[in-house]
Design a protein around this ligand. Structure first.
Ligand code: NDP
Length: 451
């Protein structure tokens, strides 16, 4: 990077940090994008004059609200509700809702910012947004979760709509929560539209949407591996998390011939050296999705596996790592352990799971490394396909949706190669994804004037 561009990055980031104090995850996500796109921006000075990047980091709207609800004993609780409507230059705001005790404005702004670029990469007409609450569904009864979701949607419904803002699931928000929120939205607005995605298959949902993020991660990884003449066949695969993305990434990686040996949750990891085959995965799905249990129960059922209490899986030797839990779950030491133990491909299912220091380690070692905004875009892409089907009042087959998902992941990979290939031939997927995602949104903002 030349000196002028470096100064531009430094002063941009200094101003961002001063204007958004304490929002460390947001600073981290913006810095990664700004460092990638700054050379393009300084080569096109009209983007600087029009303050396109300055506008992109300021949400178009942030909605903050109170969510009161009553537990099964009659005690009243108050949570915070949020929706960050980040950028609508290329379509209605689109992005998930996260229910987790760690949720705050910084995390949602980082997610909404990333979402803007990710949605642009899918080539579908979707802007960027994200929302959620510091409410945790963990340990709550179905009735408590329903009362919370109804209270949350009672306020959110006035800010969203099929052409305005279309939320979906994320951590802590799966089919059950989407069902309760959709029911309340429909009741209050008296309309049956595609305002939420990830809906049940019998009431507007799309086939393949539950699988889409995890499958898309594996389709993207297949493309990455192919650049080195490799495939999943016979490879050992580490997966973190044990929720929606982790489960379907495991299913597809196994179908493609890989041996998945780990899952995790916020309490620890399991390591099964024999591999988590289809039967064991069915057990994990029942454990997590029906019984809502903890991953450590896996070792009671399969005693040859080990439970690594309080540990992430990154010290286990592997060829391919698919982080699918949460942000900043791979730090510098974890990244060094992965490289040392022979891992040559890290394809992110979660959003921003690798710290900047970990990414430096991967890129210095010339690993195949893809950021979540490229490799996990299959989820939102299939949400986009769900919106299309809802608008047309049609339902596509499993094969049709899977084929479109596959094509979109291939196209995102092509875009990363186009904008991210460096002089020595190394594919910098971070740079490729950021520049490709940025150009489309920036052009739309230029066309639409100062709004
Ligand atoms: P789920 O709630 O289904 O699963 C999340 C998993 O990650 C759980 O196993 C959870 O364990 C674990 N986890 C959550 N927080 C932490 C933490 N702080 N430390 C360690 N483990 C943690 O969520 P999803 O599978 O939907 O989402 C996983 C990731 O993928 C997130 O980063 C999300 O933003 C991203 N993503 C999801 C998409 C989707 O379509 N669902 C689309 C694109 C990205 P525990 O039960 O202990 O909380």
């Amino acid at each position: 990077m030349d000196k002028f561009t470096q100064n531009y990055v430094d002063s941009f980031m200094a101003e961002l940090v001063a204007k958004n104090p304490g929002e460390v995850e947001f600073h981290q996500a913006v810095r990664e994008v700004v460092e990638s796109v700054a050379p393009y921006v300084t080569e096109n000075p009209y983007l600087m004059d029009l303050k396109i990047l300055e506008r992109m980091v300021e949400p178009e709207r942030v909605i903050l609200f109170r969510v009161p609800w009553t537990d099964d004993r009659g005690e009243i609780h108050i949570n915070k509700g949020y929706r960050v409507q980040m950028n609508s230059a290329i379509g209605p705001y689109k992005g998930g809702i996260r229910f987790h005790s760690s949720v705050n404005l910084s995390i949602l702004k980082f997610l909404a910012f990333e979402q803007t670029f990710k949605n642009s990469l899918t080539t579908l007409p979707m802007g960027g947004g994200k929302g959620g609450s510091d409410f945790s569904p963990r340990g709550k009864s179905d009735a408590e979760v329903m009362r919370f979701c109804q209270s949350f949607m009672t306020e959110l419904q006035r800010h969203i709509g099929p052409d305005t803002d279309v939320p979906a699931g994320d951590i802590g928000v799966g089919g059950r929560e989407i069902g309760f929120m959709f029911g309340q939205y429909k009741r209050l607005r008296d309309e049956f539209t595609g305002t939420l995605t990830g809906k049940g298959l019998g009431w507007g949902g799309s086939l393949i949407r539950p699988e889409a993020t995890g499958y898309g991660v594996c389709y993207f990884a297949q493309n990455m591996l192919a650049t080195q003449g490799k495939s999943f066949e016979g490879q050992t695969v580490l997966i973190s998390g044990s929720g929606n993305v982790a489960q379907y990434a495991a299913q597809k990686a196994t179908q493609l011939g890989g041996k998945v040996v780990s899952f995790s949750d916020s309490d620890g990891s399991i390591y099964d050296p024999e591999g988590i085959d289809a039967e064991k995965l069915a057990y994990v799905m029942e454990l997590k999705n029906v019984r809502r249990g903890r991953i450590k129960e896996y070792v009671t059922k399969y005693p040859d596996a080990q439970y690594l209490e309080g540990q992430r899986p990154w010290n286990i030797p592997c060829d391919i790592a698919l982080p699918c839990a949460t942000q900043n779950e791979i730090n510098k030491e974890n990244a060094e352990a992965l490289v040392k133990n022979g891992c040559y491909c890290v394809c992110e299912g979660a959003n921003m799971p690798s710290t900047p220091e970990a990414i430096e380690v991967f890129q210095a070692a010339k690993l195949l490394y893809s950021p979540g905004k490229a490799s996990n875009a299959g989820g939102v892409a299939t949400s986009g396909l769900e919106m299309t089907q809802n608008s047309m009042r049609l339902k596509w087959t499993r094969e049709e949706v899977d084929e479109q998902l596959h094509r979109i992941m291939n196209d995102i990979h092509d875009a990363c190669i186009k904008y991210g290939t460096e002089e020595d031939g190394y594919i910098n997927y971070v740079k490729g994804a950021n520049i490709a995602g940025f150009i489309k949104v920036a052009n739309a903002m230029v066309d639409q004037g100062l709004v």
